[in-house]
Design a protein. Structure first.
Length: 279
């Protein structure tokens, strides 16, 4: 399984960390692609639509029902599609080439779904898991591959909130309940004390409701980490509420899978991102 394509930056981990964790840039949107739910070709089309709409990062992973080859092939397809559009925009004086230059980041369930073609990886601890597998064992198993491949780790504390969905079940999480502000603050402080760069509040893929503003504010007030929020965000209103509460990144995944037509997906995501920023 060889590498392919130019990376987002020339193997400069500090640059990628600075991009993802840069303060003062407002709330940004990222699309989450689950290779288990779509072909690499479909994933690539959805990513091009998302970046055209204003997404500033691509996450790949999220499912336990995939393997390294599937993840790798998906990342290669996404990278090649974005590079083709980047080249095309460079031939058009009215286009901004930098608009298409976004990082592709692994968001794995474990060490069995990695790829050397990614720019980085959310190297995360599922902090409210009751299983040592997701607290440390998967990280130990994947660390040698990540180091050898030169994939930049983005250290992240990961917290699953109610309803949690499949992520909560697979991760054996002691779910954060809607009024657990104190618990969220404690986890956020712990994540910062561990030296993590990011803190992710997750309601679970396809959740009926997103993480509450009260929990997002609690995390924001407790730490200076880059705050990521995902799960159950299906429209601009939900994205805006998360942004107003302090989220630095808003992640949507299932929303993209609802659209097979790339133009329609771009239109919907453009509306979500515009409303997310209060416009």
């Amino acid at each position: 399984m060889g590498n392919s394509g130019r990376r987002f930056v020339s193997d400069t981990s500090d640059w990628l960390l600075e991009y993802v964790c840069r303060p003062g840039t407002g709330t940004r949107h990222a699309i989450l692609i689950d290779p288990a739910d779509q072909t690499p070709e479909v994933a690539a089309k959805r990513c091009v639509a998302a970046v055209a709409a204003g997404s500033r990062m691509v996450l790949v992973g999220g499912s336990s029902d995939t393997d390294m080859d599937n993840v790798h092939n998906t990342i290669i397809a996404i990278r090649e599609a974005l590079e083709l559009v980047t080249w095309a925009s460079s031939q058009d004086s009215a286009s901004e080439e930098t608009e298409w230059t976004v990082p592709i980041i692994l968001f794995p369930q474990g060490a069995a779904a990695l790829s050397p073609a990614a720019d980085g990886i959310t190297f995360m601890m599922l902090m409210n898991s009751t299983s040592p597998r997701f607290l440390i064992e998967e990280q130990v198993a994947g660390a040698p591959f990540i180091r050898e491949a030169g994939v930049t780790p983005l250290p992240m504390g990961y917290l699953i909130c109610s309803p949690g969905g499949k992520a909560g079940q697979v991760g054996e999480a002691d779910l954060i309940q809607p009024e657990d502000e104190k618990r969220v603050r404690s986890y956020a402080m712990a994540a910062e004390s561990y030296g993590f760069s990011m803190f992710y509040l997750e309601a679970g893929s396809g959740a009926d409701s997103p993480v509450g503003q009260n929990l997002i504010r609690s995390a924001r007030e407790a730490c200076d980490l880059t705050l990521v929020v995902g799960g159950g965000i299906r429209d601009g209103d939900a994205a805006r509420k998360a942004a107003e509460a302090g989220a630095d990144w808003i992640i949507t995944g299932n929303l993209a899978e609802e659209f097979d037509d790339a133009d329609e997906l771009q239109r919907v995501l453009s509306k979500v991102i515009t409303e997310m920023n209060g416009a």
